[in-house]
Design a protein around this ligand. Structure first.
Ligand SMILES: NC(=O)c1ccc[n+]([C@@H]2O[C@H](COP(=O)([O-])OP(=O)(O)OC[C@H]3O[C@@H](n4cnc5c(N)ncnc54)[C@H](O)[C@@H]3O)[C@@H](O)[C@H]2O)c1
Length: 253
């Protein structure tokens, strides 16, 4: 019961990685807030967990909905101890010279602006009480990623915000970290693989898996375990980090 009575908010909490994260914290005794745009899945989650759970439908594109979400969490549970900025979107694949500002904006709204606004709310609230924030970036946030310039640049931005927020809040006892996963078996990577090799989804996957020393995509629970660790007191000396979790990819030159 490591998180007994702690309030943990997870955006994108009904998704592939987010739902595993929610399970871990719920089983550790936390009061879990699951934030997502997917109403149907939120209903299923509310049935799955019967107490210490709050589900909130939020479109993270909308600043007003983010503000209301924080209001509701504080009204219901009184505090926020851990915040996981997990919701994300992959956008479309395109060549670098075809990147459109509108495409950047639609991906940045969810991958950069929403986590920024959520972090600002958290920091204001956690300033006198401490807390932990974990942002889900990507290996595409620490290296170039052909055809994924929009997504890749959004995750680079998220890491920059993570490090800055961490440095500015060391003395406030607020730890802010990011994680950088390689492909994980969720809807998102299926979507990217389908765009890379249309009509033969498994071709892209096999090509990518061959670049990973462990020769496979990650299971969502493997990513959730790192998020859980970074949020916990066991990671008390870790802040401003951007942890790769990549089956050995980063060890290659
Ligand atoms: N799957 C991968 O290969 C991979 C690799 C590296 C990083 N990531 C990152 O992991 C995080 C989780 O992704 P996932 O793989 O679980 O994908 P997913 O598609 O299963 O989950 C994303 C979740 O975000 C929610 N969401 C999307 N737009 C939203 C909005 N406007 N408002 C509220 N919620 C919204 C979705 O409903 C969904 O539940 C993302 O930030 C993603 O960029 C994924």
């Amino acid at each position: 019961m490591e998180f007994f009575e702690k309030v943990v908010v997870i955006t994108g909490g009904t998704g592939g990685i987010g739902s595993q994260v929610a399970d871990l914290f719920y089983n550790a005794g936390a009061k879990v807030v699951i934030v997502d745009i997917n109403e149907q899945k939120l209903k299923e989650v509310a049935v799955k967990y019967n107490k210490n759970i709050l589900t909130i439908k939020v479109d993270l594109n909308e600043e007003s909905e983010i503000n209301s979400m924080f209001h509701k969490v504080l009204e219901t549970f009184g505090s926020v101890d851990v915040f996981i900025n997990n919701a994300g979107t992959e956008g479309k694949l395109c060549d670098f010279e075809d990147i459109q500002i509108d495409d950047l904006l639609s991906v940045y709204r969810i991958n950069v602006f929403a986590p920024l606004l959520c972090m600002q709310h958290c920091i204001r609230h956690m300033k006198n009480r401490g807390g932990s924030i974990v942002n889900i970036a990507s290996v595409a946030g620490v290296a170039g990623s052909p055809k994924l310039g929009v997504y890749s640049s959004s995750k680079h931005a998220l890491i920059g915000l993570t490090k800055t927020a961490a440095l500015e809040n060391v003395t406030n006892n607020i730890r802010v970290n990011a994680i950088c996963p390689s492909p994980v078996k969720t809807r998102m990577i299926d979507s990217i693989d389908s765009m890379r090799t249309p009509g033969d989804f498994s071709k892209s996957r096999k090509e990518y898996e061959a670049k990973i020393p462990m020769n496979r995509y990650a299971e969502p629970i493997e990513i959730a375990n790192l998020i859980y660790f970074l949020a916990s007191d066991k990671a008390s000396y870790i802040t401003g980090a951007a942890y790769r979790i990549d089956g050995g990819m980063g060890a290659r030159a």
